[in-house]
Design a protein around this ligand. Sequence first.
Ligand code: ADP
Length: 164
Amino acid sequence: MQRICLFPGTFDPITIGHVNLIERALPLFDTIHVGVGINTTKKNMFSIEQRIQWINQSFLDQPSIIVSAYEGLTIDHCRKIGASFILRGLRQSADFEYEKSIADTNRTISGIDTFFLNALPEYSSIASVLVRDLLLHGGNTAPFLPKHVQHDIANQLFNEKTRA
Ligand code: ADP
Protein backbone atom coordinates (compact mmCIF):
# COMPACT_ATOMS: atom_id res chain seq x y z
CA MET A 1 0.00 0.00 0.00
CA GLN A 2 1.29 3.44 -0.92
CA ARG A 3 1.61 5.72 2.10
CA ILE A 4 0.15 8.96 0.80
CA CYS A 5 -0.10 11.95 3.10
CA LEU A 6 -1.63 15.40 2.80
CA PHE A 7 0.13 18.34 4.45
CA PRO A 8 -2.53 21.04 4.38
CA GLY A 9 -1.94 24.69 5.12
CA THR A 10 -2.09 28.26 3.95
CA PHE A 11 1.64 28.73 3.26
CA ASP A 12 1.24 32.49 2.98
CA PRO A 13 4.20 32.38 2.47
CA ILE A 14 6.12 29.11 2.96
CA THR A 15 8.78 29.51 5.69
CA ILE A 16 11.90 27.52 6.55
CA GLY A 17 9.80 25.98 9.35
CA HIS A 18 7.40 24.43 6.80
CA VAL A 19 10.35 23.25 4.68
CA ASN A 20 12.01 21.57 7.65
CA LEU A 21 8.79 19.82 8.67
CA ILE A 22 8.22 18.45 5.16
CA GLU A 23 11.84 17.28 4.87
CA ARG A 24 11.60 15.43 8.17
CA ALA A 25 8.33 13.78 7.09
CA LEU A 26 9.75 12.55 3.77
CA PRO A 27 11.06 9.19 5.10
CA LEU A 28 7.63 8.43 6.61
CA PHE A 29 5.56 8.57 3.41
CA ASP A 30 5.82 7.52 -0.25
CA THR A 31 4.16 10.74 -1.38
CA ILE A 32 3.50 14.01 0.43
CA HIS A 33 0.88 16.23 -1.14
CA VAL A 34 1.31 19.81 0.02
CA GLY A 35 -2.24 21.15 -0.18
CA VAL A 36 -2.64 24.90 -0.29
CA GLY A 37 -6.09 25.52 1.12
CA ILE A 38 -8.21 28.09 -0.65
CA ASN A 39 -10.23 29.91 1.99
CA THR A 40 -12.47 32.51 0.43
CA THR A 41 -13.16 34.18 3.77
CA LYS A 42 -9.45 34.62 4.57
CA LYS A 43 -7.56 37.51 2.99
CA ASN A 44 -4.18 36.27 1.84
CA MET A 45 -1.08 38.35 1.21
CA PHE A 46 0.19 36.24 -1.71
CA SER A 47 -1.78 34.72 -4.57
CA ILE A 48 -2.42 31.01 -4.68
CA GLU A 49 -0.25 30.70 -7.82
CA GLN A 50 2.64 32.49 -6.12
CA ARG A 51 2.39 30.35 -2.99
CA ILE A 52 2.34 27.13 -5.04
CA GLN A 53 5.32 28.27 -7.12
CA TRP A 54 7.37 29.03 -4.00
CA ILE A 55 6.59 25.61 -2.50
CA ASN A 56 7.49 23.86 -5.77
CA GLN A 57 10.76 25.77 -5.97
CA SER A 58 11.59 24.65 -2.42
CA PHE A 59 11.48 20.97 -3.45
CA LEU A 60 12.76 20.88 -7.03
CA ASP A 61 14.72 17.66 -6.52
CA GLN A 62 12.00 15.84 -4.56
CA PRO A 63 9.71 13.85 -6.89
CA SER A 64 7.73 12.47 -3.93
CA ILE A 65 6.35 15.93 -3.13
CA ILE A 66 3.31 17.15 -5.05
CA VAL A 67 1.88 20.63 -4.58
CA SER A 68 -1.67 21.65 -5.39
CA ALA A 69 -4.50 23.92 -4.28
CA TYR A 70 -7.77 22.66 -2.86
CA GLU A 71 -11.06 24.06 -1.71
CA GLY A 72 -13.48 22.60 0.81
CA LEU A 73 -12.94 19.95 3.45
CA THR A 74 -9.41 18.64 3.96
CA ILE A 75 -10.71 15.06 4.26
CA ASP A 76 -12.51 15.39 0.91
CA HIS A 77 -9.21 16.39 -0.66
CA CYS A 78 -7.54 13.40 1.06
CA ARG A 79 -10.09 11.07 -0.55
CA LYS A 80 -9.58 12.70 -3.94
CA ILE A 81 -5.81 12.19 -3.90
CA GLY A 82 -5.93 8.84 -2.08
CA ALA A 83 -4.26 10.12 1.09
CA SER A 84 -4.74 8.01 4.23
CA PHE A 85 -2.86 10.41 6.46
CA ILE A 86 -2.79 14.10 7.31
CA LEU A 87 0.39 15.76 8.55
CA ARG A 88 0.46 18.84 10.78
CA GLY A 89 3.21 20.61 12.66
CA LEU A 90 3.19 21.55 16.34
CA ARG A 91 5.13 24.62 17.39
CA GLN A 92 3.69 25.55 20.79
CA SER A 93 1.24 23.79 23.10
CA ALA A 94 -1.49 26.13 21.78
CA ASP A 95 -1.10 24.44 18.38
CA PHE A 96 -1.94 21.11 20.00
CA GLU A 97 -5.05 22.47 21.74
CA TYR A 98 -6.32 23.76 18.41
CA GLU A 99 -5.28 20.79 16.28
CA LYS A 100 -6.51 18.01 18.56
CA SER A 101 -10.22 18.60 18.04
CA ILE A 102 -9.79 19.03 14.28
CA ALA A 103 -7.83 15.77 14.11
CA ASP A 104 -10.42 13.96 16.27
CA THR A 105 -13.27 15.28 14.12
CA ASN A 106 -11.54 14.27 10.91
CA ARG A 107 -10.84 10.76 12.22
CA THR A 108 -14.43 10.32 13.40
CA ILE A 109 -15.98 11.24 10.08
CA SER A 110 -13.40 9.75 7.71
CA GLY A 111 -11.09 7.34 9.54
CA ILE A 112 -8.16 9.45 8.38
CA ASP A 113 -5.54 9.89 11.10
CA THR A 114 -3.48 13.04 11.61
CA PHE A 115 0.22 12.72 12.35
CA PHE A 116 1.96 15.49 14.23
CA LEU A 117 5.62 16.41 14.07
CA ASN A 118 7.08 18.80 16.60
CA ALA A 119 8.84 21.80 15.16
CA LEU A 120 12.55 21.83 15.89
CA PRO A 121 13.31 24.36 18.66
CA GLU A 122 15.06 26.67 16.20
CA TYR A 123 11.93 26.83 14.03
CA SER A 124 9.21 26.81 16.66
CA SER A 125 8.72 30.59 16.71
CA ILE A 126 8.60 30.96 12.94
CA ALA A 127 5.12 31.61 11.58
CA SER A 128 3.81 32.94 8.27
CA VAL A 129 1.62 35.40 10.15
CA LEU A 130 4.70 36.98 11.78
CA VAL A 131 6.45 37.13 8.42
CA ARG A 132 3.44 38.94 6.92
CA ASP A 133 3.46 41.39 9.80
CA LEU A 134 7.15 42.12 9.24
CA LEU A 135 6.52 42.62 5.53
CA LEU A 136 3.69 45.05 6.19
CA HIS A 137 5.96 47.17 8.36
CA GLY A 138 9.24 46.90 6.49
CA GLY A 139 10.96 44.41 8.81
CA ASN A 140 13.69 41.95 7.79
CA THR A 141 12.21 38.55 6.89
CA ALA A 142 15.43 36.94 5.63
CA PRO A 143 16.01 34.71 8.70
CA PHE A 144 12.62 33.02 8.24
CA LEU A 145 12.19 32.43 4.51
CA PRO A 146 13.74 30.10 1.93
CA LYS A 147 16.31 32.11 -0.07
CA HIS A 148 14.29 32.15 -3.31
CA VAL A 149 11.17 33.42 -1.51
CA GLN A 150 13.11 36.18 0.23
CA HIS A 151 14.74 37.06 -3.10
CA ASP A 152 11.40 37.30 -4.94
CA ILE A 153 9.81 39.37 -2.18
CA ALA A 154 12.77 41.76 -2.07
CA ASN A 155 12.50 42.16 -5.86
CA GLN A 156 8.75 42.80 -5.68
CA LEU A 157 9.26 45.43 -2.97
CA PHE A 158 12.05 47.03 -5.00
CA ASN A 159 9.84 47.14 -8.12
CA GLU A 160 6.97 48.66 -6.14
CA LYS A 161 9.28 51.35 -4.73
CA THR A 162 10.81 52.24 -8.09
CA ARG A 163 7.33 52.38 -9.67
CA ALA A 164 5.98 54.67 -6.90
P1 ADP B 1 -2.70 26.89 8.65
O1 ADP B 1 -3.38 28.19 8.36
O2 ADP B 1 -3.45 25.69 8.16
O3 ADP B 1 -2.19 26.71 10.05
P2 ADP B 1 0.05 27.33 7.96
O4 ADP B 1 0.63 27.57 6.62
O5 ADP B 1 0.19 28.42 8.96
O6 ADP B 1 -1.43 26.94 7.68
O7 ADP B 1 0.68 26.01 8.56
C1 ADP B 1 0.60 24.77 7.90
C2 ADP B 1 1.18 23.69 8.80
O8 ADP B 1 2.56 23.95 8.99
C3 ADP B 1 0.57 23.66 10.20
O9 ADP B 1 0.44 22.32 10.62
C4 ADP B 1 1.59 24.37 11.05
O10 ADP B 1 1.58 23.91 12.39
C5 ADP B 1 2.88 23.96 10.36
N1 ADP B 1 3.91 24.96 10.59
C6 ADP B 1 3.84 26.28 10.37
N2 ADP B 1 4.99 26.90 10.72
C7 ADP B 1 5.80 25.91 11.19
C8 ADP B 1 7.12 25.91 11.75
N3 ADP B 1 7.80 27.03 11.95
N4 ADP B 1 7.65 24.72 12.12
C9 ADP B 1 6.93 23.59 11.98
N5 ADP B 1 5.67 23.52 11.48
C10 ADP B 1 5.11 24.67 11.09
